[in-house]
Each structure stands twice: as structure tokens, then as C-alpha cells.
Design a binder for this molecule. Structure first.
Ligand code: CTP
Length: 413
């Protein structure tokens, strides 16, 4: 935490008093702090005590012209390495998910490009309400990190369940993790290095029907593929995302083709060609039923034998596509053993230019998790990338792709 700058956004909830301890502990660890209180938060803690503990002015009002003059909301966010929201109330999360900016806290959260860690605290029924579930899922997809809430007794009598603010050491441990990942992120460069390019991305699992109600699937969440589509669009590319069944919202500014099976995925990729870059991040089911019956298979006391055939390899098919082959073909290799070696042999076998190898051993929590630890295998060899968020992997990969295309175009001219 030494010399890291943290902007703490304090929401209006009964747990807000714990922020005072959080501020003290973070400062003990060497971090410098600034704090913003929502109007509701000032009913639970006073700006005066927050100011005393942070040793800085406590910020409350967007329209305080003096503040805007001295230090505007953009500067507040720019001069921080991390924003922590504690307690993150249901209302603050809803505002963030909806992109509102009607007070200082929400304006900072909408304007920032810094990592944001939210520590929610609210009544369990509010936390479990479908509206809050939706907002949290949206914010997770947007890259907001969460710590807690914990389950336990509430301040109200006879209320228990998920909704307690994470303990101060838990919030600090989560903050440390986000900051460590952040160090390894390629700084997001301005400009649109993929402008004028078409990028195709496959993402998520495929579902192969066994009968009309059952299917073969896998644990892929689609987070990495969707993050790549989002990063490519942010860098100015026209993006086609061919997505299997996932629980993620469609990334903004991206054409999304929703498919279920491997055969549909291949067809969607083929009809989207030509492209400059194709990234195959989907976890395609290796097999499908030779022929799935139209009617539900009945239980008869004997388990049915499933006659499986291999699915087409989408990456290998597109990589051998002759004139229509994209300039840069990137595959993923989900491995559990010697990741770098398997990725390198997959690169050759499938005809990809690059392979991103990742270790999906269950103890790494890659499947469904937010971070990724990858090796990039190119024609030049193997690079080990430090563990970083899936968004950071996506940005770094797309910047590398832009660089590759630029050099190739320059060489051709
Ligand atoms: N892939 C594909 N079509 C398939 C299978 C895989 O496009 N039918 C792509 C994946 O999107 C990924 C790469 O190939 O980019 C490697 O996927 P992976 O599952 O690691 O490899 P497999 O070929 O399935 O080999 P194995 O599971 O035996 O390791």
C-alpha cells in the first residue's frame, strides 16, 4: 500500500462508521487517502471526522464551486490509484449500473478510468432483490470488483443474511489484490489503434443438444472473450462477437451473434469474414451427438449410450482458410498441465499465429473468475504475462494485435 493513493467513496448506510477504521488502517499501511461522502453518508459519519482521519478535506458536494475550482471531480479520480466504495449501498450500485451522475460520488464513479472496488452493505432483502442482483451482474461485467458482503446479523433486530460490510482486513486484502493487478496493466493508450479493422471474437461455451431439454456444456463464463470484444471496440475496431450461451450482457458497440452449438458458431464466423483479426476465445464443446433425437429421451432403467462425433475445429478451419484467412489468427489453450508447452504445440497443430495459454486448473479459479494468468506464444517464442484482470489481458492483447497489423501493413507498403 506504500504511496498508493486511494479515493474512498462513503455511501449512506449504517456500516459507514466502519470507514473510519478503514481509513486509519489504510493510512497505517502507507496509503494516502481522500474521501467523498454522499449526502446520505453525512447522516452516519461527519465530514469533520473523515477529514481528521484522512488529513485532507472531505468532499461532499458536486456544486461546491470552490471545490470545483480547487480540485474538480476529474482530478479527484485522476489523482487516485484505486477507488474504494464502502459501504456501497443499493442506491449507489443502482446509480452506477445506470450511469447516473447527479452528485459528486456518482459523477466521479462515472468519470473514472481507475479500478473500482465496491464493498456492499445493505439489508439482505435489498441485496437479494432482483434489481440489485441485476445491477451487481452488470457492474461485474463492467469490470467493477466486489468484496463481500458477508453473511450474518444485521443492525436491525431479527434480520440476518448476506449484506454485512466485509471486515476491514478483507477490504484491505481485496484492495491490495486489485492494486497488484493494476501494476501489470498496460496503460490504456489514447487513440484508436484498431480503427478501420474488423475483429471477430468467439466467446463462451457451446451447448450441444442431447435431446430437446438436455445438453453437453462446460464451465466457460465468456468473460475473457467478451472483454476482448469490448477492448477491440474501445480501440476503434468494428467487432463481431460470436457468443455461446453466457450470463453476460452484450458489450457496447459490438455486433453480437448469439449461437448455441459449435456448428452454428463456425457458420457465424464464416459468414462474418473477411476480418483482420480473429480471436478464438470460446470453449467449444469437442463433441456433439451424432444425431440428437427430436423427443425427450425417457428414463427406462438403462442409461442411454450417447453416440458422440467430433465437432469441427473452428480455429483450425479458419486458420487454413486460404485467401479469406484473417491476417492475425489468435487461439486460446485452456490447459491443466504444462501450459506453455501445450500452447506451443497447439499453435502449430491449429495453424494459429498466436496462442494465449492459460492454466485452468480448478485451484486457479480462472473459469468464471475475474483474473487470468497467461502465456503468449508467438512465432518468436513464449512470453509469460503476470497475473492480471481479464480486462487487462484483453487490452494488452488487442494493443499487441494493433501493433502486429501496423507493422504488417507498413512492411507491405
Ligand atoms: N477451438 C475451436 N473449435 C473447437 C475446439 C477448439 O475453435 N472445436 C479453439 C478454441 O476456441 C481455442 C483453441 O481452439 O482457441 C484451443 O481450445 P482447447 O479447448 O484448449 O483445445 P482442443 O482443441 O479442444 O484440445 P484439448 O481439449 O484436447 O486440449
Amino acid at each position: 500500500m506504500k504511496e498508493r493513493r486511494i479515493l474512498l467513496v462513503i455511501g449512506g448506510g449504517i456500516a459507514a462508521y466502519k470507514c473510519l477504521d478503514l481509513i486509519r488502517r489504510l493510512r497505517e499501511e502507507g496509503a494516502s487517502l481522500r474521501a467523498v461522502l454522499t449526502r446520505a453518508a453525512t447522516h452516519f459519519v461527519t465530514p469533520l471526522s473523515v477529514a481528521a482521519l484522512t488529513n485532507e478535506k472531505a468532499f461532499t458536494d458536486l456544486f461546491d464551486l470552490n471545490d470545483e475550482h480547487e480540485i474538480g471531480h476529474i482530478r479527484l479520480s485522476r489523482e487516485a490509484d484505486l477507488i474504494i466504495i464502502a459501504p456501497a449501498t443499493a442506491d449507489l450500485l443502482a446509480k452506477m449500473a445506470g450511469g447516473h451522475a447527479d452528485d459528486l460520488a456518482s459523477t466521479i464513479l462515472l468519470a473514472t478510468d481507475k479500478p473500482v472496488l465496491a464493498a456492499p452493505a445493505m439489508n439482505p432483502r435489498m441485496w437479494l432483490n432482483p434489481a440489485t442482483r441485476r445491477n451487481v451482474a452488470q457492474l461485474e461485467a463492467d469490470g467493477i470488483r466486489f468484496v463481500g458482503p458477508n453473511t450474518g446479523e444485521m443492525a436491525e433486530r431479527d434480520e440476518a443474511g448476506p449484506g454485512r460490510l466485509a471486515e476491514v482486513p478483507e477490504i484491505i486484502a481485496a484492495a491490495r489484490k486489485v492494486l497488484a493487478e493494476q501494476r501489470s496493466v498496460t496503460p490504456l493508450r489514447t487513440g484508436r489503434p484498431l480503427a478501420g479493422r474488423h475483429v471477430i471474437v468467439t466467446s463462451g461455451p457451446t451447448h450441444e443438444p442431447i435431446d430437446p431439454v438436455r445438453y453437453i456444456a462446460n464451465r466457460s463464463s465468456g468473460k475473457q472473450g467478451h472483454a476482448i470484444a469490448k477492448a477491440a471496440a474501445a480501440f476503434g475496431a468494428r467487432v463481431t462477437l460470436v457468443a455461446g450461451p453466457v450470463m453476460l450482457p452484450d458489450p457496447p458497440g459490438v455486433r453480437v451473434v448469439h449461437i448455441e452449438t459449435a456448428e452454428q458458431m463456425l457458420q457465424a464466423v464464416e459468414t462474418s469474414l473477411p476480418a483482420d483479426v480473429a480471436v478464438f476465445a470460446a470453449a467449444v464443446a469437442d463433441w456433439r451427438l451424432a444425431s440428437a433425437p427430436d423427443e425427450k429421451i425417457k428414463k427406462t432403467g438403462r442409461a442411454p449410450a450417447l453416440d458422440l462425433v467430433e465437432n469441427p475445429d473452428i480455429l483450425a478451419t479458419i486458420a487454413k482458410r486460404g485467401a479469406q484467412r484473417p491476417d492475425l489468427v489468435i487461439g486460446f489453450a485452456a490447459e491443466t498441465g504444462d501450459v506453455a508447452a501445450s500452447a506451443a504445440s497447439k499453435r502449430k497443430a491449429k495453424g494459429a499465429d498466436w496462442i494465449v495459454g492459460n492454466d485452468v486448473s480448478p485451484e486457479n479459479g480462472i473459469f468464471g473468475g475475474d483474473s487470468n494468468s497467461v502465456h503468449l506464444v508467438t512465432e518468436k517464442g513464449i512470453e509469460d504475462w503476470p497475473s492480471m484482470s481479464k480486462d487487462a489481458v484483453a487490452e494488452r492483447l488487442m494493443l499487441r494485435a494493433a501493433e502486429y497489423l501496423r507493422t504488417r501493413t507498413a512492411a507491405a507498403e
